[in-house]
Ligand binder design. Structure first.
Ligand SMILES: Nc1ncnc2c1ncn2[C@@H]1O[C@H](COP(=O)(O)OP(=O)(O)OP(=O)(O)O)[C@@H](O)[C@H]1O
Length: 280
């Protein structure tokens, strides 16, 4: 796969507190990368460095072999589309106008939309299942619908890399899957922070596990979702079910005090497998 983004030894500190420590990884075209880790691990900070929103990080981030810092803002806007929860008040706009904002990196200020622009906007809204919502106010939509509008904006933006910060937060299970299915079906490169490890397993082809600003593991779902590793990072006993529901493993966490009453036999066998793995 072609390398799109190359992150080398990126560190970021605020007031001598190290928030990201020497992070290196590559992103290839078509990757769907989930950044996982506990609260405060540095997931959002890493996204913000990738988007060049912070200026004082150290290290190197290259987009197609050229330093990110050498790109003009509109060039970056043509490359990255950001989808965040809790969109700012600027989105007191109609759905059509929010999606239209995806055209801005390509347009002169105050340029009018042509027929092709309008067609693109409506096509993007149709792709996210919101063609009949163009005249509604963005702020009146549900969280899941707002996410879909922002994805439509990203489509109009023709972004090469879709960056999502906790896209499934506040969504019910149906919309969690709907958003991630939609994201996967776009067939573009995706980098997202995500708390739900089983959702991440389902939709990502690679996971980056962060802990206290360090990249603890960058690998396939199968290699990152190891009970021992996750127990170390999240501080809770973890059991992995390898029955491969829909082709992926599932992980479960338990309060330490409840472990022996929840699934004693399954957990014991998982722990003993771990121990065997350690000794081999
Ligand atoms: N602009 C900032 N100034 C000072 N500290 C910051 C800033 N941004 C983030 N931090 C600190 O960096 C650490 C990592 O924050 P970050 O938001 O990246 O974590 P996260 O992994 O995304 O957490 P969560 O899962 O809670 O969203 C936290 O301790 C946070 O307080």
């Amino acid at each position: 796969m072609t390398k799109l983004l190359s992150v080398e030894a990126v560190s970021w500190s605020v007031d001598q507190q190290v928030i990201l420590n020497n992070i290196s990884f590559d992103v290839s075209r078509g990757d769907i990368i989930g950044i996982i880790g506990p609260n405060g691990a540095g997931k959002t900070s890493l996204l913000k460095c990738l988007l060049n929103q912070y200026k004082n990080w150290q290290g190197s981030i290259k987009l197609k072999n050229k330093a990110l810092t050498q790109y003009k803002p509109h060039e970056l806007a043509q490359t990255f589309a950001l989808v965040v929860q809790n969109a700012p008040p600027i989105f007191d706009l109609k759905v059509y106008d929010v999606v239209r904002m995806g055209l801005l990196p390509y347009k002169a200020l105050f340029a009018r939309d042509n027929d092709a622009d309008k067609k693109n906007i409506m096509l993007a809204l149709a792709k996210v299942g919101l063609a009949s919502s163009e005249a509604k106010y963005f702020n009146t939509l549900s969280g899941g619908e707002q996410q879909r509008v922002l994805i439509a904006k990203a489509l109009v933006q023709k972004a090469k890399i879709l960056v999502l910060d906790e896209p499934t937060n506040h969504l019910d299970i149906f919309y969690q899957h709907q958003i991630l299915q939609l994201v996967k079906a776009l067939n573009i490169t995706v980098i997202m922070t995500i708390h739900d490890l089983n959702l991440a397993a389902h939709y990502c082809n690679r996971l980056l596990l962060l802990d206290k600003g360090n990249l603890v593991c960058d690998n396939s779902v199968d290699q990152v979702l190891k009970p021992e590793l996750l127990t170390n990072v999240f501080g809770l006993p973890c059991y992995r079910d390898d029955a491969k529901h829909c082709g992926v493993p599932r992980v479960y966490f338990y309060p330490a005090s409840d472990v022996s009453t929840v699934i004693p036999s399954a957990l014991n066998s998982a722990l003993s497998n771990n121990r065997q793995g350690e000794s081999s």
